[in-house]
Design a protein around this ligand. Structure first.
Ligand code: 5AD
Ligand code: SF4
Length: 437
């Protein structure tokens, strides 16, 4: 039996797909294929944070239905499955089942239940131990919590992934040790709100918070690097930032979603912090880790965002000088608070587009300036790609600050962490030579 799976969206969806694949491989004997016409089971694991991928779903199902072999099943999984539920089967007769995010553990039974719809967002997957997934590289993803309690005004996630539940420490620890025993060097801890870890478990559990979790996991021999995504700016207390700064296993890159720089808009978004708080956390961090790589998410065109509000966002961009920017035009999502406002305060699409372009252009300039400052600096690069041929030789990987670094004319074994000096910058890629071989 062959499985074709398409994954869209965030790291959480990528991890859900890994779980689906390992369950189907170990318990149902499936192997993966990249050829739809060969597949017995076609899965689309998709995202609903913005409207576009959701619209794409139905045209995609139609195309897959034309190309699939007779008798092959089509299943829709993930956040869009949770958001639309029964409507998917109603709108598209080609779909055999719908499996929402947070119901992934039911994959092996749902494939045998025609027209099943499993989208219960209060289902508790936090204790489920998935089959052994084989990490495909030296880097692996590891969930530490499911769901989100925040209810930011624009965000559909609490309605697709339900309330936040932390995964018990013992399960996380066991999985981390298993990954490391199988060759993993770097683990990316995943949660909608990682630094809220430990607030709620579904079993009695010893007191633990995210800082303690980081301390415990960094005791694992052979685990060389720890990353995590995403923390919430509101929960970035000194204790957590001190641990981030001083723990040598924690990579010095961090995603700190800003969303807006305007206090007025932040309040309407229900983000729980102000520009002053955000900038205070950034300067505390930069003081302790001057070379830290910071990435962020920004939404433009949120209802009632005025030119002055947008200037506040530009001000934060200028002050923080992010290394990576994920920026989006606001997209109204069903069930959310801002959706209930209808057209009240909605920003014309040409205004949103102009704001997005300004933001992205200025970010590109900043990135170039940031990159020039990298020349001569030392970085530690986990090699996860290399090539040696008559034409060219190189090794490549991510720095601890999460920049892509290419070491030209040198062949370094995969999985090694190379100490390098940056010698050149082209586009967003840094070029380097090893310091110690
Ligand atoms: N419209 C636009 N962007 C959104 N995001 C979340 N919801 C919306 C929405 N309704 C963005 C946020 C979040 C990222 C994952 O997606 O910036 O951090
Ligand atoms: Fe959505 Fe806010 Fe939760 Fe992030 S913290 S998943 S933006 S509700």
């Amino acid at each position: 039996m062959k499985l074709y799976i398409e994954t869209l969206g965030c790291a959480m969806n990528v991890r859900d797909s890994e779980h689906i694949i390992s369950e189907l491989q170990e318990k149902e004997g499936y192997t993966l294929t990249s050829d739809i016409s060969q597949a017995d089971l076609i899965l689309i694991n998709t995202c609903s944070v913005r409207e576009k991928p959701e619209q794409k779903l139905f045209s995609e199902v139609g195309q897959f239905a034309k190309r699939k072999k007779q008798g092959a099943k089509i299943g829709v999984c993930g956040c869009t499955a949770s958001a639309l539920g029964h409507e998917i089967i109603k709108r598209s007769p080609h779909v055999d089942f719908v499996l929402g995010a947070r119901n992934i553990s039911k994959i092996t039974s749902i494939i045998h239940t025609p027209k099943a719809v499993e989208v219960d967002i209060s289902h508790d997957d936090s204790m489920y131990v998935f089959s052994n997934s084989k990490p495909s590289s030296y880097r692996a993803l590891l969930n530490i919590s499911i769901g989100c309690d925040k209810k930011c005004a624009y965000c559909i996630v609490p309605f697709t992934r339900g309330k936040e539940i932390s995964i018990p420490f013992d399960l996380i620890n066991k999985e981390a040790r298993r990954l490391v025993a199988n060759g993993t060097k770097e683990i990316l801890l995943l949660g909608q709100n990682v630094n809220n870890y430990g607030i709620r478990f579904s079993v009695p559990h010893a007191n633990i918070n995210f800082t303690m979790l980081l301390q415990e996991l960094s005791k694992i021999d052979g685990l060389e690097r720890i990353r995590f995504t995403s923390p919430h700016p509101l929960h970035m207390n000194d204790e957590f930032l001190d641990e981030f700064a001083s723990n040598p296993k924690i990579c010095k890159s961090i995603h700190i979603p800003l969303q807006s720089g305007s206090d007025r808009i932040l309040k309407q978004m229900k983000r729980g912090y102000t520009q002053e708080w955000y900038l205070n956390r950034i300067s505390y961090l930069k003081n302790k880790v001057p070379n830290v790589g910071i990435s962020t998410d920004i939404i433009v065109g949120f209802p009632n965002e005025s030119d002055d509000d947008f200037e506040e966002t530009m001000k934060v961009l200028e002050s923080v000088r992010f290394d990576t920017l994920y920026s989006f035009i606001y997209s109204p999502r069903p069930n959310t608070l801002s959706y209930s406002w209808g057209d009240n305060g909605s920003v014309p699409s040409n205004v949103s587009k102009d704001r997005l372009a300004r933001l992205q252009n200025r970010h590109r300039e900043i990135l170039q300036e940031n990159s020039q400052r990298e020349l001569g600096k030392t970085h530690y690069v986990l090699i996860d790609s290399n090539k040696s041929s008559i034409k060219e030789t190189f090794s490549e990987g991510r720095s601890d600050t999460n920049r892509l670094v290419r070491i030209q004319d040198e062949f370094i074994d995969m999985g090694n962490i190379a100490e390098v000096m940056i010698t050149d910058v082209r586009g967003s890629t840094l070029y380097a030579k090893t310091r110690i071989k």
